[in-house]
Write a protein that binds this ligand. Structure first.
Ligand code: NAD
Length: 465
């Protein structure tokens, strides 16, 4: 049974209660059972591949190649990586006794947290709903998914995939908006995995605190890129254009704005214009160019561009709109004053402001004065300069001479820090997010009773400080 559409509020309580019971049974599920579940999910996803292209085209005008790269591949990679490794992740990890614990045997066991709630955003609606689900299944949890209301066709398709693979006591999906999410958050979930904005992340964490549910918060923010004097400008421009304009800039780890060494600004702008034309043709009128998700987001981004323009920013290309089509041409800005709105709000759209600097200390200070970003990218041929930037700043993750590639590396943790998130996703890190690491100590030789009262001198001598 899939609960689609707004009705369903009255059903979440009963489904949650059934999931609680099922979670008890899943606690002891074997790696083989979890792998079989993941394989079933994988097969169903491939069965629905054509429908997925259609849904994502309707929701976001995503081209098929981008669906493959950024929606399908990450989920399939998560499934295959988990299938290869879950037995190892589940195995109790023996730890050596410390001196005072001599004679005991101890291990750390990953146990499923229990019933998980997964709340997903609209920008990669398939990947960011099912990616965490893979980790939840690998960890042995049951899960309720609340997809975003702003990618409704994809939400319905995920519902169909879930319904084909699971009974609702194992995995269920409830469509709906903030009201549905709020109702779900009233329930005492064991873990809440939220992907979305920092503003809603705060609400989710406060709601989870009522039940002391653990949380993973995958949030956003302004992720800067630094292009230093030594950078390969052509490579930097090509990577940044791709990272910025894929999915119309609606990517949590997209480079938000670029700090470029003053000597390189002119050739960098020329390289960006060249790569923009090569990737998306003149003015972004290409089938590979997505659209803004809703009229509200379209207006928000238009306001950011027009505010910068009104404050004297130079528009090198773009600043062209078609409201009926939710189309904003790829836009490149420079000379943006520090107090412009666009320098303070996560852009989340196809607009790249360029900020010149003379000394590498300037962008480092500017970044450290802002909330810690989800990603920070560096383009440089000077290894010491790149290392200095990484060491002197904080960010969820970073790439040197690349953008967004950290997301696709299954052995790297993916997550933010403070304003950009709490906890990590992907691979073993995702498995651990949905697991409790339980300490188990076995006192084989009755070493502990020697510490009991009465505290004779002999006992005191045992406690060597
Ligand atoms: P959002 O925070 O508006 O919504 C995310 C989800 O929360 C949706 O399912 C929505 O229905 C739900 N929601 C909305 N209001 C709620 C409330 N009051 N209580 C509980 N749930 C509520 O985010 P969005 O607009 O869908 O996505 C864009 C944001 O997500 C950006 O900030 C982006 O950087 C971030 N993001 C982060 C990652 C990551 O992996 N770190 C990935 C994608 C997007």
């Amino acid at each position: 049974m899939v609960i689609a559409g707004a009705p369903g509020l009255e059903l979440i309580g009963p489904v949650f209660e059934r999931q609680r019971l099922r979670a008890l049974a899943l606690r002891t599920s074997s790696a083989a059972v979890r792998i079989a579940t993941l394989r079933r999910l994988e097969a169903e996803i491939f069965r629905q591949r054509a429908a997925l292209y259609e849904a994502l085209h309707e929701d976001l005008r995503k081209p098929e190649a981008e669906v493959d790269l950024s929606e399908l591949m990450p989920v399939i990679q998560e499934i295959r990586h988990a299938c290869r490794n879950v037995a190892g992740w589940m195995a109790p990890r023996r730890v050596r006794p410390t001196r005072v614990m001599w004679g005991t045997r101890a291990s750390v066991r990953a146990q499923p947290r229990g019933v998980a709630l997964i709340i997903a955003p609209w920008n990669y609606p398939f990947n960011l709903a099912l990616g965490p689900l893979v980790s939840a299944i690998a960890a042995g949890c049951t899960a309720i998914i609340k997809p975003s209301e702003f990618a409704p066709r994809t939400a319905a398709l995920i519902g169909a995939i879930v319904a084909a693979c699971f009974e609702t006591d194992e995995v269920a999906l409830f469509e709906g908006d903030a009201a549905m999410a709020t109702a779900l958050l009233d329930l005492p979930f064991d873990h809440v995995f939220f992907t979305g904005s920092p503003a809603v992340g705060r609400i989710v964490m406060a709601a989870a605190a009522r039940h002391l549910a653990s949380v993973t918060l995958e949030l956003g923010g302004k992720s800067p890129v630094i292009v230093d004097r030594t950078a390969d400008l052509d490579k930097a421009a090509r990577s940044i254009v791709w990272g910025k304009f894929a999915n119309n800039g609606q990517t949590c780890i997209a480079p938000d704005h670029a700090y470029v060494h003053r000597d390189s600004v002119t050739p960098f702008i020329a390289a960006v214009l060249r790569h923009l034309a090569a990737m998306y043709g003149e003015g972004g009128r290409s089938p590979d160019y997505c659209r803004i998700v809703t009229p509200q987001h379209f207006e928000r981004i238009r306001r950011l561009i027009e505010d910068a323009r009104a404050r004297g920013a130079t528009v090198h290309v773009g600043g062209v709109y078609d409201a009926a089509d939710k189309f904003i041409a790829p836009t490149l800005l420079s000379g943006v004053p520090a107090d412009a709105l666009i320098m303070h709000e996560e852009i989340f759209g196809p607009v790249l402001p360029i900020v010149p600097f003379d000394d590498i200390g300037e962008p480092i200070r500017a970044i450290n004065a802002q909330p810690k970003p989800l990603a920070l990218y560096v383009f440089s041929r000077d290894a010491a300069a790149a290392e200095r930037i990484i060491a002197q700043t904080a960010a969820g993750g970073s790439c040197v001479n690349a953008v967004m590639a950290q997301y696709l590396h299954a052995n790297l943790p993916f997550g933010g820090i403070n304003n950009s998130g709490i906890g990590s996703a992907h691979g073993h890190y995702g498995f651990r997010a949905f697991s409790h690491e339980r300490a188990v100590l076995n006192d084989r030789f009755s070493a502990a009773p020697m510490l009991f009262p009465p505290y004779s001198r002999g006992v005191r001598r045992m406690i060597k400080l």
